[in-house]
Design a protein around this ligand. Structure first.
Ligand SMILES: *Cc1c(COP(=O)(O)O)cnc(C)c1O
Length: 384
């Protein structure tokens, strides 16, 4: 097995030389966006737990009860015996929140994208995808074997040019985009994408992992504009603002019935643990009934951006692009030494030359957490 050892060693050394080797850091998460790393308590601006619901006392209590009643695991795929009754409650709530007829819950957001995309388009079809879309959407396009064209980030004109030239050559076509872009925090131009998709008989699918619970009064990116946009395929995750685990698609009844019949990552993967489903249900109840809570992450992002003279954010994600990978790692280290956890984001997660600090804001941050972070960033990173 010497060749295997050599391969792993050489590959890692090459990545290390470019500051692109990654390693897992042991991190304990506490309430109020606090974490413990290397024995030190830090305020985290890197969790996607936008509402703090992964630490919510009412949800924790509900899970403890649920485990006593339902046990710890799903036991089989949903198509076999894993479809316990809690799923129906969760899917109804998701569909209602997103304004669709039905919904389907998957094991994770990643699994959802891997399952949905190849169920809808195949070898003869066309996929048009925003170049900054999340990695798991790309993985789904590869599995579909469709022809894949990338359009420039949020560039509706470029997308239309591609549609004009290519739409006719394929029986079915799909537009894929993040609703809220995970590394930039900006929104897709959903109203324009929606009307374009209708004109070219192309199906629009948004990945709203960072939208649910944060934008559009918690309903996500389709609801973040003046008029509600028609998005027939609204995908997302239960692992970020919802504070649990799992992925979902909200769509019409017939699309969901097709997905439940065809999506391989649903059929051939075990159902979620009941505790995950209960946590998601309880979290959605909180999201539906707490408009002030939902407003907080965005308010924090806005006051932080204002303090640093950055552009007004439209979500809870604020990037500070430092370009150089080493400089970004250094900046992250400076913040850690000052008591803040802000992970450096490097290629291939973001394009080359756009390494950045990515700040995420949570309802559990205090105003003081945010203003003191802004001061430190101003003094020790931007000001040098
Ligand atoms: C996190 C994320 C996913 C993956 O969701 P998981 O449930 O964590 O697998 C998908 N899309 C986007 C845009 C994400 O940020």
């Amino acid at each position: 097995m010497e060749s295997l050892e050599n391969f792993a060693y050489q590959k890692l050394s090459a990545l290390d030389r470019k500051s692109l080797k990654r390693s897992l850091q042991e991190t304990s998460r506490l309430p109020k966006s606090r974490v413990i790393r290397n024995g030190k308590e830090l305020i985290s601006f890197s969790c996607n737990d936008y509402l703090g619901l992964s630490q919510h006392p009412r949800i924790i209590e509900a899970i403890q009860k649920a485990v006593t009643i339902h046990g710890t695991g799903g036991g089989a795929s949903r198509l076999v015996t894993g479809n316990y009754p809690l799923y129906n409650d969760l899917e109804k709530r998701l569909a209602e929140l997103k304004g669709t007829e039905d919904a389907c819950v998957f094991g994770s957001g990643y699994l959802a994208n891997l399952g949905i995309i190849p169920s809808l388009v195949g070898e003869k079809d066309l996929i048009l995808i925003d170049e900054l879309s999340h990695s798991c959407m790309f993985s789904g396009t590869v599995l579909s074997k469709s022809k894949v064209l990338f359009f420039h980030h949020n560039d509706v004109g470029h997308l239309e040019a591609l549609l004009k030239k290519n739409r006719d050559k394929h029986p079915r076509a799909l537009i894929l985009t993040d609703g809220v872009f995970s590394m930039d925090g900006d929104l897709a131009p959903i109203p324009e994408l929606s009307s374009l998709s209708l004109r070219y008989d192309t199906w629009l699918m948004t990945d709203d992992a960072h939208g649910i619970g944060v934008v559009g009064k918690g309903r996500g990116s389709s609801f973040a504009f003046n008029s509600v946009s028609k998005v027939p395929l609204q995908m997302g995750t239960l692992s970020k603002a919802v504070g649990s685990y799992g992925g979902y698609l909200c769509a019409s009844k017939s699309v969901i019935d097709l997905i439940k019949t065809r999506a391989r990552t649903l059929i051939y993967s075990t159902s979620l643990a009941p505790a995950n489903i209960v946590a998601s249900i309880e979290a959605l109840k909180i999201i539906e009934s707490n408009p002030e809570l939902i407003q907080k992450p965005l308010d924090h992002a806005k006051s932080f951006s204002k303090a640093l003279g950055l552009k007004n954010p439209s979500s809870a994600i604020v990037p500070l692009i430092l370009e150089d990978t080493e400089r970004t790692l250094e900046a992250s280290k400076i913040l850690e030494d000052s008591g803040y956890l802000v992970t450096a984001i490097r290629p291939p997660t973001v394009p080359k030359g756009t390494s950045r600090l990515r700040f995420t804001f949570s309802a559990t941050h205090s105003k003081k957490d945010v203003s003191s972070l802004a001061n430190i960033v101003n003094k020790k990173i931007i000001g040098v």
